[in-house]
Write a protein that binds this ligand. Structure first.
Ligand code: ZN
Length: 174
């Protein structure tokens, strides 16, 4: 049974580490599969649209995401590599590890990653807007980077829209 893990917050050293590559043979290990299930459970509970392993204290290169869009089903990305990065735009962003805050950040509007899925098969995920933003945000987590390192005008979420972005770690192009 999947269980909800604790989401660590800014100030915890694990969020600042460059996460380790996952060994392909590790992926089918029941403990690793449990980690993936737990990460989904934790993300949906938060709720959020993406969650990286370092956010639950595991310094490994994987994240889960579900942007609640029927064109983009829930996905697991392991050992991601950048395949596409186009058109810089300003976006409003939040993070489950920096609760209650939002800021403005420059992201690529179209972005793509390749890597492995939870069966160890090669996958590629690419898209635009929220999907692109989520991929960039989660990739940053694997490199020890938080959005607040790059964002401007970081502030307590004040409007309903900002609170939604801060809580759901979702976002909207501005
Ligand atoms: Zn985050």
């Amino acid at each position: 049974m999947p269980y909800i893990r604790e989401i660590i917050e800014d100030g915890h050293p694990t969020l600042r580490k460059v996460a380790k590559k996952v060994e392909p043979r590790e992926i089918l290990d029941p403990l690793f599969q449990q980690l993936i299930d737990d990460m989904f459970e934790t993300m949906y509970d938060a709720p959020g649209v993406g969650l990286a392993a370092p956010q639950v204290g595991i310094s490994k290169r994987l994240f889960v995401m579900d942007i609640q869009d029927e064109d983009h089903p829930p996905a697991v990305m392991i050992n991601p590599k950048i395949e596409l990065a186009e058109e810089e735009v300003e976006m409003t962003e939040g993070c489950l590890s920096v609760p209650g805050k939002v800021g403005e950040i420059t992201r690529f509007r179209r972005f793509g990653l390749s890597g492995l899925d939870r069966n160890g098969e090669k996958i590629r995920i690419e898209g635009e807007d929220l999907l692109a933003q989520c991929l960039q945000h989660e990739l940053d987590h694997l490199n020890g980077v938080l959005y607040i390192d790059k964002a401007r005008n970081i502030r307590p979420a004040a409007t309903d829209e900002e609170r939604e972005i801060a809580q759901a770690a979702s976002a909207e192009a501005s």
